[in-house]
Design a binder for this molecule. Structure first.
Ligand code: M6R
Length: 586
């Protein structure tokens, strides 16, 4: 949700920041901008559209210190004026987050004679810094921050100075520590190949970054120490590696992500078991795809470990006063570890005394600072906005945890073979005809029962997200209670059937849809289901496997389907319209 980067060194700031913005673009891509200090003066380029639009103008910027921004609009449409950096006097600022009290602040600044150019909430920040500036940029930023309500990761520069000042509250900032240069950025990928060490800021921290130093302060302007860590972002893992899109590259990386996650779980197994064992209530939470993984977690814990569990959208849970208590364990699933709703839900539950377990792909993220224990998801950098390998790895982490609690060694053995199952699924997948059907359909509905229902919801989200085709996910049993009214020759219903015990019931729902003249497809691991519908519907067969492992095969198939449809419809699957990878605002 907006990417920010700052650089202070002796290289060309425009080029270095431009490169960093390209790597942060998954956080937002509706406009971008760069400000550099060149000969004491501030030069700015900004534009609506993708970062690439700054390619030529960024090269022309001089100077060796500057800040950049790639935007996901919250306040004000995505145009040139609303693009960051925003300026007041000699101050330029980039901001990620949401200033909740911007309207009051703007009014009082305007009453004092300030003029605003944009519709953004962010523009109040340079105005406040400018107002408070009395020769010390850090002090002015600290005073500004004391006026702000909401979330911010902000970087400020001032004409005539050689420093960047950063401030953080509820939006991520990391410092990158290099030789004769230092950085600040939203995320590690922006710093891949640029510096060997990083330092993660915490809420309430401020930092002053120059070519030679990066110093962290508290709001009283006292220096504080934050741990210095190796920079694990790898340039190589951020490249397309010969693939046309990150989505297809990353879905092929699912086997490795699952393998690494299952291996890593071994190291936290005992700690996870003891954190969860004492709980009399387990709540899974997350947003979007992570919530769909949470739904599977709920089933795995209930059915395999015999521990009753609930799953709730994080955006609902954070406003739900009834839920967590002292003996609750909240299992928060989040790829980025920064999703505002998920982090806030965890904070709320923690305040009520709950134990927090974070299942995350981001070891230095906000959720890990709230959590009592972290279950690692080892998917590596995921650049495509649509989650693929991280979802598979989340499933593997949650299944590993349920199996550890259940002592089910047979299934654990099968899970260790899941990477091969996913590869086999992708290699043998014949989904092209189904992709063509989807691309032609007026609406696409995904149906399943039990575990297959959770997978159907994810299949539906993935397709909507990258193809913009309307549709939904339903439990097969609900079909006759309403959704059947949607069915006609122009709609496609895709049934996921991997649970033999429920297959008879699911097949009845397929019959009900066929008899209403709807287009029907069946994705199944079960030979008898294949046999029954092979001549009457589009059938996609997946390798036979245990129903608890089947979501891993089905997820890869559904991700591949969504990808194919996006390609057929000429959509950009990596950067779907209106979306961003990490949703750090409400
Ligand atoms: O980083 P998180 O896992 O917390 O993100 C949650 C959702 O925003 C995310 O899964 C979203 O739904 C994906 N774009 C779906 O592909």
């Amino acid at each position: 949700m907006c990417g920010i980067i700052g650089y202070a060194g002796s290289g060309n700031a425009g080029e270095i920041i431009y490169d960093g913005l390209l790597k942060l673009e998954y956080r937002g891509y509706d406009s971008a901008g760069i400000a550099v200090l060149d000969g004491g003066k501030c030069a700015i380029v900004k534009s609506a559209g993708r970062v690439k639009k700054l390619n030529t103008s960024a090269q022309l910027l001089g100077g060796s210190i500057g800040i950049g921004h790639t935007r996901w609009a919250t306040h004000g449409k995505p145009d040139d004026v609303n693009a960051h950096p925003h300026v007041c006097g000699k101050i330029a600022v980039v901001h990620n987050g949401e200033i909740e009290n911007y309207a009051e602040l703007k009014k009082s600044l305007m009453d004092g004679g300030d003029k605003f150019l944009s519709q953004t909430d962010s523009e109040v920040i340079p105005h406040l810094i400018n107002k408070f500036y009395c020769g010390d940029l850090l002090e002015a930023v600290i005073k500004c921050a004391s006026m702000l309500k909401g979330s911010y990761a902000l970087l400020a520069i001032r004409e005539g100075s050689g420093e960047i000042v950063a401030a953080k509250n509820r939006s991520p900032v990391i410092l990158g520590l290099g030789e004769n240069c230092n950085f600040c950025a939203s995320d590690e990928p922006a710093l891949a190949g640029k510096c060997p060490r990083i330092c993660v800021l915490e809420d309430g921290d401020f930092a002053v970054i120059t070519k030679d130093s990066a110093t962290v302060y508290n709001s009283k302007k006292q220096k504080i120490n934050r741990a210095v860590l190796p920079n694990s972002a790898k340039e190589q893992s951020l490249s397309l590696g010969g693939y046309p899109h990150y989505m297809i590259k990353e879905l092929w990386e699912a086997p490795a992500a699952v393998k690494n996650t299952v291996t890593a779980f071994g190291e936290v197994k005992n700690a996870v078991c003891s954190a969860i064992c004492g709980a009399d209530k387990i709540i899974f939470t997350g947003c979007g795809t992570a919530y769909h993984a949470a739904l599977l977690g709920k089933r795995y814990f209930a059915e395999l470990a015999g521990i009753p569990a609930e799953a709730e959208y994080a955006g609902e849970l954070r406003y739900d006063k009834l839920y967590a208590g002292k003996n609750t364990c909240l299992i928060a699933v989040t790829q980025s570890g920064e999703t505002a709703d998920t982090v806030e839900a965890a904070i709320l539950c923690k305040k009520s005394g709950a134990t927090i377990a974070a299942v995350t792909n981001s070891p230095h993220s906000a959720i890990t600072r709230t959590a009592d224990i972290t279950v690692p998801v080892c998917a590596g950098a995921e650049i495509c906005v649509a989650a693929t390998k991280s979802y598979s790895a989340q499933i593997a982490a949650l299944l590993s945890a349920a199996l550890a609690l259940s002592q089910n060694t047979g299934l654990a053995e099968e899970l260790s073979n899941a990477p091969a199952l996913i590869s086999q699924t992708l290699q043998n997948l014949d989904i092209y005809a189904l992709a063509e059907m989807c691309a032609r359909a007026r609406g696409v509905y995904f149906m399943g029962r039990g575990i297959d229902y959770a997978v159907a919801l994810e299949g539906s989200l993935k397709l909507k997200e990258v193809s913009y085709i309307a549709g939904g996910g339903y439990p097969s049993g609900e079909l006759k209670h309403g959704p059947l009214a949607l069915i006609d020759g122009s709609t496609l219903s895709i049934f996921i059937i991997t649970d033999a015990a429920l297959s008879q019931k699911s097949m009845e729902a397929v019959e009900q849809t066929l008899s209403r003249g709807g287009m029907v497809a069946v994705i199944t691991t079960l030979p008898h289901v294949h046999k029954r519908f092979e001549r009457r519907a589009e059938v996609v067969t997946l390798p036979e496997c245990n129903k608890y492992i089947a979501p891993l095969a089905a997820a890869s198939a559904l991700q591949f389907l969504a990808y194919r449809v996006a390609v057929i419809l000429n959509r950009d699957p990596d950067k779907p319209r209106n979306l961003a990878k990490s949703v750090t605002v409400e």
